[in-house]
Design a protein around this ligand. Structure first.
Ligand code: ADP
Ligand code: MG
Length: 351
């Protein structure tokens, strides 16, 4: 009651601020995996391994062979809004996955995080739990970075209750890793379920692919979506007014009963964007019956200034400056490819 009780405005401490921010950045184990794998990609890794236990609830560990972090910089990497990726002067010109400098401090606020890294100097390690940072210690690591996150959400039990079964969370982790693996065919990925300890079991693996981007992507899609997809996929490469569309779109005969094989990327970032899904659907409208869904992995690339990826912390939504242009590019280039492949309207085949 405002008339009798004067409200007090106070500055929240860092631990509280990080927990609040974490609520936006880290929804579930898969979002932690996404942030950590994106960091490994940004670090120039050529091989990335993701291990998880109990659907990622008790353990997530991401190891990379990227550029590493100097021991003296570890506390900074774990601090809020500290990033090596932008200088803040142009938020519309972003070339890396990360830029907010929020992931590591957020993860350190909602779980027990240990980061071990080696750059030029000696390897070092830093632990953070519930937002409390230990001093940096010497460690042993030949190169790159290992981030281990234990007991995600132990500090926020309310969030813990919203998690789904281990199986469902593991599925979401797999999905995230596969999408990022499609975006980065030159990087090798290994996913391991280490529930119960030990080496665990490899649940997904793709080797680093060589060759130009089309060949590498084709090989990668074949590993992830199966040879069947790769054999039925048409290469797409189209350009319109600064927007390029590349990737593979499957023949209508390879359509699915649900929209489970639609992978869309903007400037290398996996997105779930209504505009893009709508354009994909529109492109196939004349070739598929209403209950069938196309399969495709498509990449829109453009000058970062033509798209805002700063819409949401989880960054799976984007905003184009010229949505009509992007839609038109997708619809016309896919239609053209499908028509060329000789498929008449509404020719469909059941699974
Ligand atoms: P952001 O990715 O938005 O910069 P993060 O909190 O994810 O913010 O990471 C903070 C910083 O820590 C990064 O800018 C980067 O310099 C460093 N960093 C994080 N993960 C790695 C990694 N795997 N390899 C090398 N440097 C890393
Ligand atoms: Mg990051």
């Amino acid at each position: 009651n405002i008339s009798t009780h004067r409200p007090v405005i106070r500055q929240l401490d860092d631990a509280a601020i990080n927990r609040i921010a974490a609520g936006e950045v880290v929804e579930r184990p898969a979002s932690a995996v996404k942030e950590l794998v994106e960091n490994a990609i940004d670090a120039g890794a050529t091989r990335i391994e993701v291990a998880y236990a109990d659907g990622g609830k008790t353990l997530i560990r991401v190891s990379d062979d990227g550029c590493g972090i100097e021991g003296a910089d570890l506390p900074l990497a774990l601090s809020r809004h500290a990033t090596s990726k932008i200088d803040g002067s142009d938020l519309l010109d972003i070339h890396t996955f990360g830029f907010r400098g929020e992931a590591l401090p957020s993860l350190g606020a909602v779980g027990r995080l240990t980061i071990t890294s080696r750059a030029e100097g000696d390897a070092a390690q830093l632990r953070v739990a519930g937002g409390e940072m230990d001093p940096v210690k010497p460690a042993a690591l030949s190169r790159g970075t290992v981030v281990e996150l234990r007991d995600l959400f132990y500090a926020t039990p309310a969030r813990l209750k919203f998690l789904r079964t281990d199986r469902a969370e593991a599925q979401a982790i797999t999905d995230v890793v596969k999408r990022l693996a499609m975006a980065e065919p030159h990087i090798g990925f290994t996913l391991r379920d280490v529930s119960g300890g030990g080496e665990g079991r490899v649940t997904f693996q793709c080797p680093p692919e060589n060759g130009d981007l089309f060949d590498a992507l084709h090989a990668r899609l074949s590993t992830i979506l199966g040879r069947d997809f790769a054999e039925n996929a048409l290469p797409i490469d189209a350009l319109r007014e600064g927007f390029r569309l590349t990737g593979y779109a499957a023949l209508p005969t390879y359509s699915r009963g649900a929209a489970v094989a639609q992978f869309l990327f903007v400037n290398g970032r996996p997105v779930r964007d209504k505009l893009l899904y709508g354009a994909l659907r529109g492109a196939y409208a004349d070739f598929l019956s209403r209950d069938r869904h196309p399969a495709a992995a498509l990449f829109v690339t453009c000058d970062p200034k033509l798209v805002d990826v700063n819409v949401h912390p989880a960054k799976s939504e984007v905003r184009f400056r010229e949505p009509g242009l992007v839609r038109g590019l997708i619809v016309s280039s896919l239609r053209h490819a499908l028509a060329e492949a000789g498929h008449r309207a509404s020719s469909t085949v059941a699974d």
